[in-house]
Design a protein around this ligand. Structure first.
Ligand SMILES: [Zn+2]
Length: 391
């Protein structure tokens, strides 16, 4: 059963009525950027706004003081979660627009909370810290915060509207090389250069790129290049980020990159210590749900493409969520196409613009409508679950 038009109107009006508070929230977050796990003010402001509507908020989840959860409706039936991110980046601030993600999610939750009694079920606002490298959602999955959910959703700012764009599976590799120091001019023949092994690792990886599947990314930098210009480097180290379209290809490429590091160490006769840090899983977009979101977005006057092969993909811990519960992570434009990309100064400016807040409000309406339609339609939940199970 599609969403009754009168419910859609109540939702839209609720977001419009909350617009002033949501825009203030977004502006406060943007003016006070906080790094992963340190989103103290952001979490407090979100709690304050939700609590002002007489809805209780739990603060601190999964061992993270800045995670939060609020619920509306009746437990025991269908449940849908709307996710807020609110961490910023070092130096460049809210250049990923997570302030708008927070405002959109809170707006969607408050609007859905007003009508959830009419469909039954429960709508949950989850505040998920540390998307930028901390994997807050993974900690919340481990803490059981996603158990018993029928669906999870969030939106992310971009330079175009895309309903179901890819996000890459990722991990980090750290290589430390230990060689033999010697005088670089007087006795280079008795040394063994850790730096040569480090640089050879990059060269060998470049040679293997021909064997990578489409979408693979391997990029890195040297974190330790030696000790002094006149010493054959005893220690050198590098860090590489490896990404792929799925976890199988990620594991395959990881093994190749590690082989390159071992080969480089062997060639230089130095020792190698390898450390891997897990990143995020690929995003399994639920197309059934993404299309419902797209229809509600269109009702508000925005038509979005499903995906765009010419737009690059990053990685997000929403990918991990999509592996445990049917999920969507649509992208919505806050700036003209090609005018700015996430993690740029221009994008940080766009995250504070009128265009940005307009997009957050549009996202709030479309997410609340999608959540309520889903709670009111067993057939839609069934179709979403069937698509998810078949992946
Ligand atoms: Zn982001």
């Amino acid at each position: 059963m599609p969403l009754p038009p009168e419910l859609g109107k109540v939702i839209d009006d609720a977001v419009t009525a909350d617009a002033h508070d949501l825009i203030t929230l977004s502006a406060n977050l943007h003016a006070n950027p906080e790094l992963r796990f340190e989103e103290v003010k952001a979490a407090a402001w979100i709690c304050e706004l939700v609590a002002s509507r007489n809805i209780a908020v739990e603060k601190g989840l999964g061992g993270m003081p800045t995670a939060l959860r609020a619920r509306a409706g009746t437990p025991g039936g269908p449940r849908v979660a709307i996710l807020a991110e609110y961490d910023a980046l070092p130096e460049i601030g809210h250049a990923c627009g997570h302030n708008l993600i927070a405002a959109g999610a809170v707006g969607a939750f408050l609007a859905a909370a007003r009508v959830v009694a009419q469909t039954g079920g429960e709508v949950v606002l989850l505040g998920t810290p540390a998307e930028e490298g901390g994997g807050g959602k993974i900690k919340l999955i481990e803490a059981g915060a996603f158990d018993g959910l029928d669906a999870a959703m969030m939106f992310h700012p971009l330079d175009r509207d895309l309903l179901a764009h890819a996000a890459l599976a990722s991990l980090w590799l750290m290589f430390e090389f230990h060689g033999v120091p010697s005088h670089a001019a007087a006795a280079p023949h008795i040394g063994a250069s850790a730096l040569t092994a480090c640089m050879d690792t990059f060269r060998l990886v470049d040679g293997q790129r021909v064997h990578f599947q489409d979408g693979v990314r391997v990029h890195g930098f040297i974190t330790n290049g030696g000790q002094a210009v006149n010493i054959i480097p005893e220690r050198a180290a590098c860090e590489l980020s490896v990404r792929a379209r799925d976890v199988q290809e990620l594991a395959r490429v990881k093994a190749i990159v590690e082989r390159c590091a071992r080969g480089a160490a062997m060639a230089s006769g130095v020792e190698l210590k390898m450390t891997a840090r897990p990143g995020y899983k690929d995003m399994r977009n639920n197309l059934t749900m993404a299309r419902v979101f797209g229809a509600h977005l269109a009702a508000g006057g925005r038509t979005a493409k499903e995906t765009d092969p010419h737009t690059g993909a990053g990685s997000t811990d929403m990918g991990d969520v999509s592996h445990v519960v049917p999920s969507i992570h649509p992208y919505l434009a806050i700036v003209g196409e090609g005018q700015a990309m996430c993690h740029e100064h221009r994008f940080a400016a766009a995250a504070a613009s009128d265009e940005g807040t307009k997009t957050a409000l549009a996202a709030a309406k479309a997410m609340a409508r999608t959540a309520i339609e889903l709670l009111g339609s067993p057939a839609l939940r069934e179709a979403i679950r069937a698509e998810w199970s078949s992946r």
